[in-house]
Design a protein. Sequence first.
Lengths: 261, 243
Amino acid sequence: MQATKTPVLEAVNISKSYGEKQVLADVSFSAGEGEFVCIVGPSGTGKTTLLRTLSALGTANSGEVRVNGMAITRPPAEVSVVFQDYSRSLMPWMRVGKNIELPLRRYKLSPAERTTRVTEALRDVGLEHAKDLYPWEMSGGMQQRVAIARSLAYRPQVLIMDEPFASVDAQTRADLEDLMLDIRARLGVTIVLVTHDIEEAVYLGDKVIVLSGRPASVSATVDVPLGRTRDQISTKSRPDYLELRAKIHAMIMQSPSSVSG
Amino acid sequence: MVAVLLVIWQITASVGQLGAVPTPVEVARALLAIFASGAVWEPLGTTLAGWAISLVLAVVVGIVVGFPLGTSRLAYRLSVFTLDFLRTIPALVLVPLVVLLYGSGLESTILLAFLGAVWAVIMQTIYGARDVDPTALQTFMSFRVRRWDTVKFLLVPTALPYIATGVRLAAAICVLVTISAQVVIPAGGLGEQILTAQLGGAVPSMYAYIFLCGALGVGANAAFGKLEGRALAWHPSHRKVSA
């Protein structure tokens, strides 16, 4: 990994409280170019708060988020977010093509360029022919693909994903996981994915950040030396994969103040 | 159902059990007569004009006032009491005041119908503008969508189904208030015809005019329902397919 380069996304000592209740305590981590970083922690550990801070949709009480070394205070052009709830994140009154075009409207692109970007993004997620459908005419997995395509058309350096596959069935989930690995490999985009699923985090990540405690802090940063090409069946049966999964599971269970579920 | 009711009406009215109520056949004959003589057109035109103008005013003013109140929490809190107070005043209690100010012309029924209907549009617009989904808004923010585009592609489409309901309600209220005002003031139109027919003892033609008023209400509702289905094809209640 490119440890010597400036990280694309960096969280430095992020702390956040809502009134009396502290949610995040001194959270730091970084994601390098083209790196797949998974942030894992049980429900209610402030993962969503961290994600809002990372994308500058919310502010931290202290600490800062840097993109390419620069502290950010507003949502930056280099970062795009894929939300868990695709049915709310996609506009039901716009066809798929228009939904994908929406973030491009602020850029001065010719209609031809816009169309090209939409077509390419749809091809990247395997939905070449979905441009004229409404989101609600599609399955959940397809809708999340559209949301991913919208982010890709925006051409961010970093894709931040909040439990993106939590609302789809297991088979679709596996397909989407592989899609993300494929997108990272082809487009070189940095991906920061937040999940409560340890198996998913180890399968996808080059690095897993374990969040635990109340308030949440980083209890470990675990490198995942499984190589960049992964496979749902063979990778998941490798002894080192199983070992890592057990190790992270133990870390989360041991954390005294964490509550799962 | 309608046929059964008509038959029951015909039988009870012809054996004289309904007092001053004529039989449906008599009413239908009176209805034909007012069309045949052309007597119906002028009052119908007056009522339709009053209805349409008051509705357009109510919709335009309602939307213009409703949006800022719906998008600003402070503005909403400051105005909610005033709104609740004003919208519960029945439009017809203002008849004496309005007649004093504007006489018994078309302006008066327009103003009264407007005052009766504008609240429905204001309230629905407020509800609509307040219903913007937080995840959708965050999506727009994270993509740095421009302010005007956010209004056009998020705020307005979110509020539209609510506004459509407001317009449908307003259309019905405008029919009711316009005709009632025409009876009470009296101020021309179908309303005054009902009154005149009653005073002149022409009971069947009075019912013929009442029937026309009902038909007007049903027609307005159906027309707006159809329009809504077209404009809101994406909305769950109008979708032809579901995933």
